[in-house]
Write a protein that binds this ligand. Sequence first.
Ligand SMILES: *[C@@H]1O[C@H](CO)[C@@H](O)[C@H](O)[C@H]1NC(C)=O
Ligand SMILES: *[C@@H]1O[C@H](CO)[C@@H](O)[C@H](O)[C@H]1NC(C)=O
Ligand SMILES: *[C@@H]1O[C@H](CO)[C@@H](O)[C@H](O)[C@H]1NC(C)=O
Ligand SMILES: CC(=O)N[C@H]1CO[C@H](CO)[C@@H](O)[C@@H]1O
Length: 547
Amino acid sequence: MMSRSALVAFAAFTARAWAVKPNLVFILVDDWGWNNVGYHRPNTAEVSTPNIDKLVREGIELDRHYTYHYCSPSRSSLQSGRMAVHVAYGQDDPLLVNKADPDSGFNGIPRNMTGVAEKLRAAGYRTHMTGKWDAGMATWEHTPMGRGYETFFGYYHHANDYWTQRLSDSDLHGDICGNLVDLWNTTGPARDRNGTAYVEELFTENTLGIIERHDPAEPLFLFHSFHLVHTPLQVPASWEQEFGFLTNDAQRKYAAMTAYMDDVTGQIVRKLEEKNMWENTLLVMSSDNGGPTYNIPPLGPGAANNAPLRGGKMSDWEGGIRVNAFVSGGAIPLGKRGSILKEFVHMADWYTTFCSIAGVDSRDEKAATAGLPPVDGIDHSQLLIGDAKPGSGKRTEIHHSARALLQGQWKLITGGIIDLEILQRDNYSDALNFGGPLIPYSDYLTGYEAPPETLEKGPRSMEDCSAGCLYDVLNDPNEHEDVAKKHPEVVAELKARLKELNSGIFHKYRGTADVAGCTPWNGFYGPFIDTGLHADSTPATSTEMFV
Ligand SMILES: *[C@@H]1O[C@H](CO)[C@@H](O)[C@H](O)[C@H]1NC(C)=O
Ligand SMILES: *[C@@H]1O[C@H](CO)[C@@H](O)[C@H](O)[C@H]1NC(C)=O
Ligand SMILES: *[C@@H]1O[C@H](CO)[C@@H](O)[C@H](O)[C@H]1NC(C)=O
Ligand SMILES: CC(=O)N[C@H]1CO[C@H](CO)[C@@H](O)[C@@H]1O
């Protein structure tokens, strides 16, 4: 316990330290493999991330940063501050509607949850977003504008074609609307920018423009959400040529996309430096989930590499949920630069951490009134930009999913191997969350393709954990040894706790894909229910936005 005077001194220090609110810049990478970054895999021509490696050297490497095991729930977790199991668990097609449930009967974050951008806007931040959203689209309140972003240039689905900005085959949802363009610019479709350029070029231009136009006297919250390095594996030819020595087509493209992503990251940082904003910026960079290592049509060959972690995207092995992440920027105290933080940090924690830095209450009254789950995030601000010492982290437990739980050193995984055919069904995302649960895994880059009858002889990630597997992830981070038999009492305890936590999963019926979503925007995707709310939901007019 701190004494009363120590508490007062502590509060005074905090207030003084953040009297000037730092800019908060969050760069999210899509499907980035643990071993596809230079600081995890130095000295190899395949991985070229000089900008990111430098940012890590000057910042704090987040060694135990956890996410959900695939995109949509993970992104909803970031925006809402809830664990994935408490916000967007289950079906995730942006066109879903269940008319019987006007709050949660849609894909993504329930209507009456308050987004992190809304919190930061209330604290005086200017809020802007570029890139992939994938956290709901049905009403204006579901879009980034409805969640507190003053501007949004980007798209709503999971996996668009980088060149045409239409749904690609690697987006599992059948395109019932018939090839619409998914590209939006705040108040309506990005009509002038469709199918005419590599989409990341447009994203870069938008983000650099936001920084350029920003008045540094006001704090900025900028969310740059790459489509890179998600499938479809598409990249301008000039970038691919540099990796011509990689003979595997998917591996070469993935390497080139990663290098492209690193280059854009460098451009964003240089722009912040030019504007003299970098010295007062906290940059957070993370992947939304582990790298995909499977080769399953139509998801495609993911071509990531998570070595030495086990497994990849869609699984609860560490390779699916422990991701590349770090903080950097002038807001990091000198004494903490170049360090590695071993504390558990979860995607949901950024909400609470950012609210704390901005000096705004992270509790969500609107959600409470609607009977929705509260914010789960834990505040790590003192660990990152304050004076808290490593080792004082407050996160001890992570409810990874309905099938996996982390408590201290122990991680319990339950469930068997998912049926591939499930991916062909409409309710595949329910199955991914509750069923299976371990996706059949083929280590694409070593050429391994497991036929179903040989699953049990397959790679390590194919293990059947129906009886419960237990790993000591602190001492055995790559999950080599299942110690369930050695520690039956730990297994029993964690199973009981998982069962208890699972009874609190927020699982609502989100409905069926509605063709009403095909028509309002004349060839583009966008919100389609109660669109009349637009005027109320857009916090600034377009003239205010770009001054
Ligand atoms: C988005 O719209 C704004 C306002 O019309 C415009 O200034 C901006 O250039 C557009 N962004 C892109 C990337 O097209
Ligand atoms: C959700 O918020 C709206 C106002 O934005 C309100 O009209 C509605 O009653 C709320 N829903 C619930 C279930 O509280
Ligand atoms: C998914 O749908 C199939 C029928 O198409 C059904 O048998 C199965 O139980 C459903 N799974 C879930 C998790 O709802
Ligand atoms: C559907 C649509 O709006 N298409 C537009 C795409 O952009 C070009 C110009 O860049 C316009 O001519 C098209 O009308």
